[in-house]
Design a protein around this ligand. Structure first.
Ligand SMILES: NC(=O)c1ccc[n+]([C@@H]2O[C@H](COP(=O)([O-])OP(=O)(O)OC[C@H]3O[C@@H](n4cnc5c(N)ncnc54)[C@H](OP(=O)(O)O)[C@@H]3O)[C@@H](O)[C@H]2O)c1
Length: 313
């Protein structure tokens, strides 16, 4: 079974490799999924570069990939919500970069036929982040006016769409070149972080500020925009200066969040809330594709997801 693995930490071209892996047994709680498409996340790049090795050690060869879609080929006796032949969305702790994956049944949900393989694969981590942050981390505390920084990104774009579906007032920031795209998500106000003073424009107006930028790059403007005692939520690092009164939160995935609940919500809301996923590039199922996608994500890539998809889908 073909899988794409990293044999060490380091540059994509040096450490990513193709391996012939043995299939695992499926026990009563797991399912076997033939992977059709997988998404490449900024998280995969950081893992491969060893930026997380102090708190997340990997055993090599390690197969990356949390997000994927595919077809169920075997089902454990205790998994009642899936059957052989079902088309599914999967959320793995590594392992979607390959032809096949054995995964706990509770980490796979049926995929709505309305959603393409590529879009569903690209949605997994961004949607789980969006849904759990809005629904569980903040819930009723979110307020009415929300500033989403990094609204052109995979997480940011879903945040804008979901919050607009919930009839919130949404201010959005991204680079000027992505303004038109972000406006189509329904944002009430747009500011280009590379041309405007975002903090001054939205000063003390946001009940909640969400920094969904790569590497939490907008602390200064976000803090200015947050109402005193508002919520300040980051996906990466919290600001060092927390002297402004506020509820400072770092979103992290949690065992308390149910993947099935979130993925079923995605199926349900995909059409109703217009949760389209922008695809930056779709690649064929080769090692070269994985390397190219990793290299592209190291820079400041075109907005949208990088997806590897098999032809036989
Ligand atoms: N904590 C968690 O559980 C969790 C979950 C998911 C993601 N994340 C992290 O959250 C971040 C966003 O993920 P993603 O998948 O949405 O990434 P993405 O699709 O690459 O989006 C990155 C966003 O950052 C913006 N950006 C880049 N450089 C910027 C700068 N100098 N100033 C302001 N904005 C800038 C981009 O805007 P333009 O392209 O328009 O410039 C874009 O909107 C990543 O760092 C990811 O690792 C964390």
């Amino acid at each position: 079974m073909k899988r794409f693995a990293m044999k060490d930490y380091g540059p994509a071209r040096e450490v990513l490799t193709e391996i012939d892996a043995l299939s695992r047994e499926v026990d009563e709680t797991h399912v076997r999924v033939k992977i059709v498409a997988f998404g490449v996340n900024p998280y995969d790049i950081s893992l491969r570069q060893g930026k997380m090795s102090s708190f997340r050690s990997l055993k090599f060869p390690y197969v990356l990939g949390n997000d994927g879609t595919g077809i169920v080929t075997e089902v454990g006796t205790q998994v009642n919500h899936l059957a052989v032949g079902d088309r599914v969305i999967v959320h793995a702790v590594g392992g979607t970069y390959g032809e096949e994956l054995v995964i706990p049944g509770k980490k796979a949900a049926k995929k709505s036929p309305a959603i393409s393989w590529a879009e569903a694969a690209g949605a997994v981590t961004p949607w789980l982040t969006t849904y759990n942050l809005v629904t569980h981390l903040l819930g009723d505390k979110i307020g009415e006016t929300i500033l989403v920084q990094g609204a052109s990104g995979a997480v940011g774009s879903l945040l804008v769409r979901l919050l607009k579906y919930q009839r919130k007032t949404v201010f959005a920031t991204a680079s000027k070149k992505n303004e038109e795209m972000v406006r189509t998500f329904g944002a009430d106000e747009f500011a280009a972080y590379d041309q405007e003073d975002v903090g001054e424009l939205f000063k003390n107006q946001a009940d909640t500020v969400i920094d969904a930028t790569k590497g939490s790059r907008t602390a200064e403007s976000g803090l200015k925009a947050m109402k005193p005692a508002g919520n300040y939520v980051v996906l990466n690092d919290l600001p060092q200066d927390q002297s402004k009164p506020g509820n400072y939160l770092h979103f992290t995935p949690s065992k308390d969040y149910s993947d099935l609940e979130a993925l079923e919500a995605f199926n349900h809301l995909y059409e109703e809330a217009d949760l389209q996923i922008t695809i930056a590039k779709k690649y064929p199922f080769t090692l070269e594709s994985v390397i190219e996608a990793h290299e592209a994500l190291e820079d400041h890539p075109t907005a949208g997801k990088f997806i590897v998809e098999r032809e036989e889908a």
